[in-house]
Design a protein around this ligand. Structure first.
Ligand SMILES: NC(=O)C1=CN([C@@H]2O[C@H](COP(=O)(O)OP(=O)(O)OC[C@H]3O[C@@H](n4cnc5c(N)ncnc54)[C@H](OP(=O)(O)O)[C@@H]3O)[C@@H](O)[C@H]2O)C=CC1
Ligand SMILES: CCCCCCC/C=C/C=O
Length: 339
């Protein structure tokens, strides 16, 4: 019996905030499996900011939207991937995918399928969040680039999101004072009261420069930047000598047309005077070491030192709404879609 897959395609390249006419749900009939192929059925899918960023360069109109999912093998012509096995696959927004297990990495350089990390008692979706790409991003982006030391002050933006909520907790584990900025009072309450951040500030209701002066009167040593734009410049002005900035994301600019962006004045003088180190990264730089991060983070979770939250949307047909919601800040913790 041929399998009918549903998939979301890029109908039109995004221009500004993604809208319904940009994304279209279509059906396709899948062919018979060949040797070395498996058929994956989506259980949980990820919606991430990078989909907004990389759609422009990596996709053509008509292509399936990129993205990872946890899928179950429901048919197999690969003895190493038996029916029932759970895999994390970068196979896009699809209910069913035929994967050649010998295929090389995807467009973003990640393997097409890897066994889902065993996490007893936890939902499979943790492989898309705390024990997945966002977890590795927080772990390596903070520890490798900021190298936070006990007693230092660490600031993180988008602090109640998938990456930011983990960055703040890891910085606490390392003995730092942590200041998180998030977009609602509820998010601030969560990161302060449940996750143990020292300060949680709603950037929509407080002035960032003024509130940062209050929370960090002696300045900032590390900034984990998820937001970019003016936010970055504002924090840079309050960095201490030899401060480190890990440039992870620039979500405040993702809906802008980069070709038409006005050139602002980059405050390079601050880098010079305070001898700051500022480095952008893509988490796949440490791909071969991701298991190391997952092992340590799973141990912290077991010890109750690292908590996570997911904002889940039910139904593959609601991928689009989950994506829009994540971009505008509806999520606390990792945004996932359960099928
Ligand atoms: N370099 C890398 O390898 C990777 C980079 N990233 C980047 O990390 C960042 C966080 O990603 P992730 O944790 O997955 O996503 P989140 O779970 O943090 O979701 C995005 C959040 O961004 C916040 N946001 C949206 N617009 C703005 C804005 N204009 N100003 C400030 N905050 C805004 C919203 O929270 P709020 O309510 O607080 O506004 C929203 O919930 C993104 O920039 C992403 O691109 C992610 C993974 C890998
Ligand atoms: C498993 C997919 C890895 C994608 C890496 C995404 C890097 C993100 C950059 C900005 O959001």
């Amino acid at each position: 019996m041929p399998v009918k897959a549903k998939k979301w395609i890029l109908a039109h390249h995004f221009d500004g905030v993604p809208k319904d006419s940009d994304l279209e749900l279509v059906e396709e009939e899948l062919p018979e499996l060949q040797d070395g192929e498996i058929l994956l059925e989506a259980q949980a899918l990820s919606v991430d900011p990078y989909m907004r960023v990389f759609a422009r360069s990596a996709l053509k109109e008509g292509d399936t939207i990129m993205g990872s999912q946890v899928g179950k093998v429901i048919e197999s012509k690969s003895p190493q991937h038996p029916v029932g096995m759970m895999l994390v696959g970068s196979v896009g927004w699809r209910t069913h995918a035929i994967v050649n297990v010998n295929q090389g990495p995807d467009l973003l350089g990640t393997p097409i399928v890897v066994p889902a990390t065993p996490a007893p008692g936890l939902p499979v979706s943790v492989n898309l969040g705390v024990l997945g790409m966002p977890g590795a991003t927080a772990y390596f982006g903070l520890l490798e680039l900021c190298q936070p030391k006990a007693g230092e002050v660490v600031v993180v933006s988008a602090a109640a999101g998938a990456v930011g909520s983990l960055v703040g907790q890891i910085a606490k584990i390392k003995g730092c004072t942590v200041i998180g900025y998030a977009g609602t009072d509820e998010k601030c309450k969560w990161i302060k009261e449940e996750l143990g951040f020292d300060h949680a500030i709603n950037y929509k209701t407080r002035d960032v420069a003024e509130s940062l002066k209050e929370a960090a009167p002696d300045g900032v040593d590390c900034y984990f930047d998820n937001v970019g734009g003016d936010f970055l410049y504002t924090v840079m002005r309050q960095m201490n000598k030899y401060g480190r900035i890990s440039v992870c994301g620039a979500i405040s600019q993702y809906n802008d047309n980069l070709d038409n962006q006005k050139s602002g004045v980059f405050p390079g003088i601050l880098l010079i005077v305070n001898e700051l180190r500022m480095e952008g990264f893509i988490s796949t730089r440490w791909l071969s070491r991701w298991p190391e991060a997952f092992k340590e983070m799973a141990a912290w979770m077991k010890e109750g030192k690292l908590k996570y939250r997911e904002t889940t949307t039910k139904g593959f047909e609601n991928m689009r709404e989950a994506f829009y919601g994540m971009l505008r800040g509806d999520n606390t913790g990792k945004a996932v879609v359960n099928v």
